[in-house]
Design a protein around this ligand. Structure first.
Ligand SMILES: [Mg+2]
Length: 254
């Protein structure tokens, strides 16, 4: 993996920025720093201002594992082309099948995880996130969640940062959502920034010249070709995107 903000790679960003490119971001850990209580995750004021400017220069979407309504309120005021929730299910596939699966899973999980302290089951209507950030013994908590999840019918498990995501098997993932929206805006390419396992569904789409896949933090085994060093460095990436399309060609500060 290479640092997309390294001087040597500026040409790569420039090529994408000068094409008809859809710019897409994950939310948690990408636009917003990871915090102990996911309910409190918020963008820094600087990030919000920069994202707003990027969204006036490019078609921009946010693709999150959170429920769509949840993400929408966190990015309110930013002129986004679309907000995708539930790992790619919403807005198109948040239907009866997904909701029915989740309703079947919840009591099974409640039973299987009863008495496990620090484990929180988040019902997102069309998918489930089982958080173990607050569990003392995290490997044991994760093992218990996997064991309980094995009893679920029709579930796809996707790992994450101290969370196990359960989505209906065969449901569209983040990669399909990005492809769909790229086609909808008649864009030739997409730039995607994400930090976690569900983002690998997007990174895996990478085809030469069509998708610029950028991971927050370098990691061996990621399908992303590029990285930014940290969540904070996403601000610098936003700034480069703005500079590439500024009419004067000179950096302007928000
Ligand atoms: Mg994330």
């Amino acid at each position: 993996m290479r640092d997309i903000l390294a001087r040597a790679n500026r040409g790569v960003l420039r090529d994408f920025a000068s094409s008809r490119v859809l710019v897409a971001f994950d939310y948690d850990g990408t636009l917003a720093p990871i915090v102990a209580d996911p309910a409190r995750a918020a963008m820094r004021a600087r990030t919000r201002a920069l994202l707003g400017r990027v969204a006036r220069l490019y078609p921009v979407i946010v693709v999150s594992g959170r429920a769509r309504a949840d993400v929408e309120q966190r990015v309110a005021g930013v002129p986004l082309g679309e907000v995708v929730g539930n790992h790619g299910l919403e807005p198109w596939h948040g239907g009866r099948r997904a909701a029915g699966a989740v309703r079947r899973w919840l009591p099974v999980l409640a039973h299987g995880l009863a008495g496990l302290r620090g484990v929180v089951v988040e019902d997102k209507i069309f998918s489930v996130a089982v958080h173990y950030r607050r569990a003392r013994a995290k490997p044991q908590a994760r093992a218990a969640i996997l064991a309980a999840s094995a009893a679920l019918d029709d579930a796809r498990l996707i790992g994450g940062r101290q969370v196990v995501n359960l989505v209906p098997r065969g449901a569209p993932h983040k990669g399909l959502a990005v492809e769909r929206l790229r086609a909808r805006c008649s864009c030739d390419s997409a730039l995607y920034v994400g930090d976690d396992e569900t983002d690998e569904d997007v990174f895996a789409l990478a085809r030469a010249g069509r998708l610029l896949a950028i991971r927050v933090g370098a990691r061996r085994g990621s399908a992303a070709a590029y990285f930014v060093k940290s969540q904070r460095a996403v601000d610098a990436l936003l700034r480069v995107l703005i500079d590439e399309r500024s009419p004067t060609g000179r950096p302007r500060r928000p």
